[in-house]
Design a binder for this molecule. Structure first.
Ligand code: GDD
Ligand code: MN
Length: 371
């Protein structure tokens, strides 16, 4: 697999040379076609000159230049270049400053080999560590960031949502519209992770030691923190919007179901025939609404056919369940109005529908291994 390690740099002159050398050393033992892409924002300290010098000797080192507009913007440019120009199958995110150990690259890659789509070098799973030197404020900052990401943005199953050391399959990345992420700074990490999770990416966390940098300084600023928190709430608001659309769709299905049923009865149809017809019509209207309205953005690329087939299978099952309940209830309570028995059938069908479509058809969170 062609793998591109993307390293954004801003004033990393002292770090980038040793980092490129350390990575090349790791690549020797690896079975994949390993490349590095440095995304430098015209660092005034001449970081790019060091990279160009290495490029004389190493054909697998690439460089793109830009203007400083934040970590997220740099990553988006790097990932786009890696996917289109370099045709990468896998991309890594990694810092230039040795906070992420080059020796851990093969460990993250191994999880990709085992089928993961999104591998996180995690400080917060058993075995992972943060620097002993970190003071209380720094710890609280990192802990608070993860708290907000997990419980505001809604990625509770991932322990280290803000990590900047990750390996991602481009098949997953291509499903994500970068323009919709709306983040420029460090908030990109959480925005990308969230987008990957809702698109059904298989997330795995691998414990790593996070090392404090010895050269240069962190570029994380107040603006990044502000954007980060705002973005977490934005994500939450959007998920809520999807959920509300899902409920409206469900309610409209109930109206369609009972309305059709009443109409067919009025036309003189036998209730045991009118029931499955009304159920089927409401399933189709739910399917159309969910696909072209509620989850429209999840339909972006690929998998539509497979999703359609899965939805069909779920529908047949819930039709059987709904009709079975109607027949059972009609026999058990013949004195009840048929509409009430038809309504009883909606309840188990809705539950099964929800779970199967949410966890299978529109697969949601995949719990990380080793949790
Ligand atoms: N091109 C470019 N443009 N590179 C940038 C920019 C930018 O605007 N801002 C930062 N970088 C580069 C740095 O030069 C470094 O190689 C890498 O991105 C990470 O920046 P640091 O400044 O070292 O980040 P950090 O150590 O504070 O944050 C790390 O941990 C965070 C979680 O605690 C990073 O791994 C973050 O991605 C991560 O969210
Ligand atoms: Mn760093």
């Amino acid at each position: 697999m062609k793998t591109v390690i993307i390293i954004p740099t801003y004033n990393e002159r002292a770090n980038i040379g040793p980092m490129l050398a350390a990575l090349q050393k790791q690549f020797i033992g690896m079975a994949h076609d390993m490349h590095v892409l440095v995304v430098d924002d015209s660092s005034p300290d001449g970081t790019a000159d060091v990279v160009r010098e290495v490029q004389q000797r190493c054909a697998n080192v690439h460089l793109i230049m830009g203007q400083k507009a934040g970590l997220g913007v740099a990553y988006i440019r790097g990932m786009t270049h890696a996917m289109t120009d370099l045709q990468a199958d896998v991309v890594f995110e990694m810092d230039a400053d040795f906070s992420h150990k080059p020796e851990d690259v093969p460990r993250l890659m191994k999880e990709i080999d085992h089928g993961a789509d999104f591998v996180i070098g995690s400080r917060y799973v058993p075995g992972g560590t943060i620097p002993k030197e970190w003071g209380l404020l720094r710890k609280l900052n990192s802990w608070g960031g993860n708290l907000v990401a997990r419980h505001v943005a809604g990625i509770p199953r991932v322990r280290d949502c803000t990590a900047g050391f990750r390996a991602i399959r481009t098949t997953l990345l291509k499903k994500i519209d970068f323009n919709k992420l709306r983040v420029q700074g460090y908030g990109f990490q959480v925005a990308l992770l969230h987008a990957a999770v809702v698109r059904g990416g298989r997330v795995v966390e691998v414990p790593v030691d996070f090392i404090d940098r010895t050269h240069g300084e962190s570029k994380l600023g107040l603006r990044d923190i502000f954007e980060f928190v705002l973005n977490a709430w934005w994500i939450r608001y959007n998920s809520l919007k999807t959920f509300i659309k899902f409920l409206i769709t469900g309610a409209s299905g109930v109206v369609v179901n009972l309305g059709m049923f009443t109409l067919l009865l009025a036309m003189g149809m036998n209730k045991y025939i009118a029931s499955p017809i009304a159920i089927e019509i409401s399933i189709i209207s739910n399917f159309l609404l969910n696909n072209y309205w509620t989850f429209r953005w999840r339909n972006a690329k690929g998998g539509v056919r497979q999703k359609g087939l899965k939805f069909n299978a779920v529908s047949i099952l819930s039709l059987g369940l709904s009709y079975g309940t109607f027949v059972g209830a009609s026999i058990a309570f013949p004195e009840l109005p048929p509409q009430l028995n038809q309504f009883l059938g909606i309840i188990p069908a809705t539950l099964v529908n929800y779970f199967l479509n949410s966890y299978w058809t529109f697969k949601h969170v995949e719990p990380g291994r080793g949790e």
